[in-house]
Design a protein around this ligand. Sequence first.
Ligand code: ATP
Ligand code: MG
Length: 417
Amino acid sequence: MSPREPKDVSVLIHYDEIGLKGKNRPLFIERLSKRIERAAGLFCEAKVKKRTGRLILETSGLRDPDALIEALGKVFGVAYFARTQRVPLDLEAAADTALDMIAPLKIESFRVRTRKSFPTTPVSTREWDRAIGAAIQARRHLPVDLERPGLTVHVEVIPREAWVYAEKIPGPGGLPVGSLGRVAALLSGGIDSPLAAWRIMKRGCEVVFIHFHGAPYLSRASAEKAKDLAHLLNGYQLGSRLYMVPFGNLQKEIVLATQPEYRVVLYRRFMARIGEHIAGLENARALVSGESLGQVASQTLQNLAAIEEAVRMPILRPLIGMDKDEIIEGAKELGTFDISIEPDQDCCSLFVPKHPAIRSHAGHLRGIESRLPVRDMIAKVIHETEIIDFGADGRTRNFSFAEIHPAEEDAAVLPNA
Ligand code: ATP
Ligand code: MG
């Protein structure tokens, strides 16, 4: 068979955590099914069927099984998956199928694991283990190793059928994207924030990305990085929106009105406010940042509190208790690290001193802000914001702010300004 010919497969998919969600369980399972169909649908026709405690993905027209494996490895909610074949409740059929399935594999030793979902199904799992094992030994002359087998042949018996599979592939775990709503992540070009956004996505949130760049005073290098990072993260949610906020002029206004040591925290308060406004437009219920306690001067307890005071929406900080080494390790595993370390100029480095204040107080900062036209500053920046939409296949389309949010053009509502 040529590699270009379609090889249609069935894939058995197990979920762990979402099995625990009580009354919401059917909803989670439905969402996971849709997510799997969307991911697999990029490569073939894909239909997911629900089968007592597991899902079966049926494909047709599949030309690239490796691409399918990679895609399923990015669907949050999947605990593990395996190429599988259905057999009737018949021992001989199960043994034949197992033999066919392992025929192309190089194996040192093996064992058979039969499980059934319901104790009442008239199948003795022990008998099946032994008989299928004996059939494999007879044909392949392989040793059985119950403790550390080179390969486990799995047979899962559900009421009227059984599913045979051999190679189990781990999924990413977590909860299906969107099952816990939406958040807006402040995505810099740095190492931390992409990992923070990914972690929240893994916990079931669909993420809208917001990047602030220093144009017109700095190059757009950070914006290009944010776009690359959003593209990579989009692989896990298959459809994303990135807001590109031009922040340089607003920063200049802050600079003209304030002492240098408070600038970073003031920038962050404005980022949070703008983020909150965009989040509102996107039905997002929280902001996400990559801050980690004590990592830099702007991330002391006092400064984090002073940033939060500017908004009503919760700011989620999934990396708050992580060391930089741990964050770097996570970013490398995710694949964002190499993008993040490319040189750029983050807008927060614009007009700031070497030693920013480590203890800001919201009251003091409010005093400074009272001398600024906060509302107008924010409105102006938001209307100059550009929007990039990523499709499931990663293709992008650019929009002006007004194209996506026409009603906002004359909106007078800016929260917390
Ligand atoms: P990162 O690697 O995420 O940039 P960092 O250690 O460099 O983190 P800071 O630059 O102090 O930390 O930023 C703290 C957080 O503020 C970031 O994790 C991010 O969520 C947000 N942030 C900072 N700069 C930007 C930006 N230019 N655009 C969007 N969000 C930003
Ligand atoms: Mg940074």
